[in-house]
Design a protein around this ligand. Structure first.
Ligand SMILES: Cc1cc2nc3c(=O)[nH]c(=O)nc-3n(C[C@H](O)[C@H](O)[C@H](O)COP(=O)(O)O)c2cc1C
Length: 178
């Protein structure tokens, strides 16, 4: 069973702003625009990062959890979320098990995503090719031959829409992507 000492849910919260706007006798429409959904998600990501940095600085462990978007409607029910709010991500906080620390995993080469002046598709391809080899070797060195390398694991997750309830639950919460 997966468990954590603390679980924090990051919300888009345009319920609070709607109340603030209504105090000026105006009506908010930000949740009915693509920009509203993007800016709400973006801000939740910034908050997630700040919380994770603070957590780690205090010596605890943390994992971002995007998996709450598999069943967003259950999070809405569990947390009694009102209209104009949406559960965008979660994060765990716990005490690190120092007897089972993972080794530092190699990362996608920085030059394949940090570019100067303009986007370079060849650098992207070179980075993917390099990282595929590096990650394969990293798993194999640990005897984890069954673990998929970068391209294969992306092909597994990015070829199906596993989060198929997001659009309908956003609509249920009063959001419109337009
Ligand atoms: C945006 C985001 C969402 C994630 N969602 C989940 C999740 O739903 N469940 C989970 O077990 N780990 C989740 N993770 C953690 C990753 O699976 C992984 O453990 C973490 O990024 C560290 O591993 P890495 O070195 O491969 O990046 C998420 C990570 C990120 C950045």
């Amino acid at each position: 069973m997966a468990c954590a000492d603390v679980f924090i849910t990051l919300l888009i919260d345009f319920n609070r702003t709607a109340y603030a706007v209504s105090r000026g006798d105006a009506q908010q429409i930000v949740e009915q625009a693509a920009e509203g959904i993007i800016v709400g998600s973006f801000d939740a990501g910034i908050m997630l990062n700040a919380l994770q940095t603070a957590t780690i600085s205090l010596g605890y462990g943390t994992t971002a959890i995007g998996g709450i978007r598999y069943y967003p409607e259950k999070m809405v029910r569990l947390l009694e979320l009102p209209a104009k709010t949406y559960p965008i991500a979660g994060m765990t906080i716990g005490v690190i098990d120092r007897d089972h620390l993972p080794k530092t995993k190699p990362r996608v080469p920085v030059e394949s995503f940090a570019m100067r002046e303009r986007y370079d598709s060849q650098k992207v391809k070179d980075g993917v090719d390099t990282y595929d080899r590096q990650l394969r070797a990293w798993w194999d060195n640990q005897g984890l031959e069954k673990m998929k390398s970068y391209s294969a694991s992306l092909a597994e997750t990015y070829t199906t829409n596993r989060y198929y309830k997001i659009a309908s639950t956003l609509a249920d919460q009063g959001f419109i992507f337009k």
